[in-house]
Design a protein around this ligand. Sequence first.
Ligand SMILES: Nc1nc2c(ncn2[C@@H]2O[C@H](COP(=O)(O)OP(=O)(O)OP(=O)(O)O)[C@@H](O)[C@H]2O)c(=O)[nH]1
Ligand SMILES: [Mg+2]
Length: 339
Amino acid sequence: MDFIDECKIYLKAGNGGNGCCSFRREKYVPKGGPDGGDGGSGGDIILKASPHVHTLLDQRYHPHYKSERGRHGQGKNCTGKSGQDLVINVPIGTLVRDLQTDDIIADLVKEGQCVIVARGGAGGKGNARFATSTMQAPRYCEPGSPGEEKDFKLELKLLADVGLVGFPNAGKSTFISRVSSARPKIADYPFTTLVPNLGMVRWKDSDFVMADIPGIIEGAHKGVGLGLRFLKHIERTRLILYLVDMSAETQRDPREEFVILKKELGSYSERLLDLRQIVVLNKCDLAEAKERAKEAVAFIKDQGYPCFAASALTGEGLNNILDEIVRELNEGKVAQEHL
Ligand SMILES: Nc1nc2c(ncn2[C@@H]2O[C@H](COP(=O)(O)OP(=O)(O)OP(=O)(O)O)[C@@H](O)[C@H]2O)c(=O)[nH]1
Ligand SMILES: [Mg+2]
């Protein structure tokens, strides 16, 4: 399934129905009064955050939506039926922007959260409403008002607590599959992961959501590799977990790898570097990796980051990392409560 995280949509809410101009006509009632009913209102268009939708695929392929118009009023004081509202389900984490102004209209972050993005037009009044003591037989009625029509941009930013960041092939997908329910594709070549994966982690008494995103390489901020566009999916996380490949295969100095990752994140958004960050030196089941890890641990700890040598493949060292993640997430929560 394609993973679509941006799209444009055009919405047209239903027009209101027209009011009706009519007079009571009955045998033996020579001058029946006005009895034209009001038009019904047009349906609204509503965006709703649903846990059953995971991408903006539907909206990308069907970018036009219309809700039902209100029915016209009728004689005998019959009000027209209102048009039905149209509810469009979008993934949790969808940001709604006005396409013209780029203003944020809504950020749908909770299950079931709704926003009316286009209001249906009001129904017009029927002539019965215009009758007064001096004007007993009004021959006019109102047309319905038009429903709102607008273009929007939808942008999905996943909601996760922890984001995995690393070069391609560092073992991010292996890591998430080891600690969570996620089962992404894992393979021995770069750019195996092309779309983000979310995984639910249960560790001791805590639950949190982890996001695995495609790998990042030097120059990603200039579009090299898959670029940095997937970083938007970790913008809302509270903690970044860097995975650095310690195997000799990479032919890169792991310290340099870490510096490049940070630089790329910073060039996407300085704010990412304000998040809590933990570094995992991965593939330490390999003898050569263990050796290389010693120097790297010192270098990274010197810069003030918690750093762990581990193996996503064998599971070695993962318990300590999960403990640290939970500790940092809880500390973050406490800090927020005191703001
Ligand atoms: N020896 C060893 N191999 C590992 C470890 N973790 C991952 N690998 C291997 O490294 C390769 C890449 O793993 P992935 O989990 O697909 O890496 P990734 O970071 O998700 O890669 P991309 O999706 O391309 O960014 C696979 O062949 C894994 O089996 C580890 O701890 N030790
Ligand atoms: Mg992967």
